[in-house]
Design a binder for this molecule. Structure first.
Ligand code: NAD
Length: 271
């Protein structure tokens, strides 16, 4: 869809992802920064959003309230924290601002509330905006369906030591996709870490394990282990830029869509 220059508002503007989105928007050339929002009390409030992102003056000061700037934008990005994200989606719905939400760790009730708000605005929620990871979901569903119950499934993710939630939203989604393909209820078969005399592994288990360290942008390995062989499907993010580029691609796709809740599968035509 041809939409020309897109006016965008970035929530979490002084964060790691917010900063890269502002930087890559400038590089892309088809976005204009219409607003930059940070949490009340953040030391970056009042500073120029482009300078805070290390890409020179943008002429947009970082403010503390989305409501005021939402009216100036066509799309908002939210890479903040779970409670902030749901509050920001609410403010976007009031202002009629389409939203691309990458924040992970939202509770099921918050996601239900977000889906309700998605009746009023185009709302894209994706715990992982990387094109590769979203293609991997499709590969995992195919592999699980073909391999069936004879292969044990274990998921291992590793991220930087700043990450607050575990397992990653991406690992959780991978587990969900695999459970769906195998006709299992993840609530019953998901095993999150193991310690002590846990006994023999049950065939239906889907193991999910979270490692944390250093500045690792994100890796997900899914192991399908059978008797005498195993398949490992691995995704490695080299930097945060692949998530930020995916978010920009999502925003280009989202602007002008009817209200509704979308994900990266819609953007990439994987459904
Ligand atoms: P970060 O801590 O570097 O940045 C978050 C920023 O949001 C901080 O600057 C914080 O002050 C700000 N913030 C908090 N409350 C706010 C509010 N009410 N309004 C505006 N800003 C507020 O974290 P990060 O590494 O940038 O990650 C942010 C979120 O995005 C996390 O949930 C992370 O898991 C998720 N993430 C998602 C993807 C994806 O592809 N979907 C990729 C990377 C990170």
């Amino acid at each position: 869809m041809e939409v020309g220059v897109i006016r965008a508002v970035v929530c979490g503007a002084a964060g790691r992802m917010g900063g890269r989105i502002i930087a890559l928007m400038k590089e892309a050339g088809d976005f204009e920064l219409a607003g930059a929002v940070e949490r009340p009390g953040h030391p970056a409030l009042g500073k120029d959003a482009g300078e805070a992102a290390g890409v020179g003056k943008a002429g947009v000061p970082i403010t503390a309230v989305l409501g005021q700037v939402a009216m100036d934008g066509q799309v908002g990005f939210d890479f903040t924290a779970p409670e902030a994200a749901i509050a920001n989606i609410g403010k976007a719905a009031e202002a009629g601002l389409a939203m691309v939400v990458g924040t992970t760790g939202m509770k099921p009730e918050a996601l239900d509330r977000a889906r309700e708000l998605g009746r009023r605005i185009p709302l894209l929620i994706a715990p992982n905006m990387s094109v590769g990871v979203n293609v991997m979901y499709t590969l995992l569903a195919q592999a699980a369906a073909k391999l069936g119950d004879d292969y044990d499934v274990e998921i291992c993710e590793i991220h930087h030591h700043f990450k607050a939630d575990a397992p990653s939203g991406t690992a959780a989604k991978m587990a969900q996709v695999i459970a769906g393909a195998l006709g299992r209820d993840l609530e019953r078969v998901g095993v999150y870490g193991r310690k002590g005399m846990v006994g023999e592994r049950k065939p239906q288990e889907i193991g999910v394990h979270a490692l944390r360290g250093g500045d690792i942008a994100g890796e997900h390995t899914v192991i399908f282990a059978g008797m005498g062989e195993r398949i490992e499907i691995v995704h490695r993010a080299h930097s945060r830029d692949n998530f930020a580029r995916g978010a920009l691609r999502a925003a280009r796709w989202l602007v002008g869509r009817p209200p509704g809740v979308y994900d990266m599968g819609d953007v990439l035509g994987l459904k």
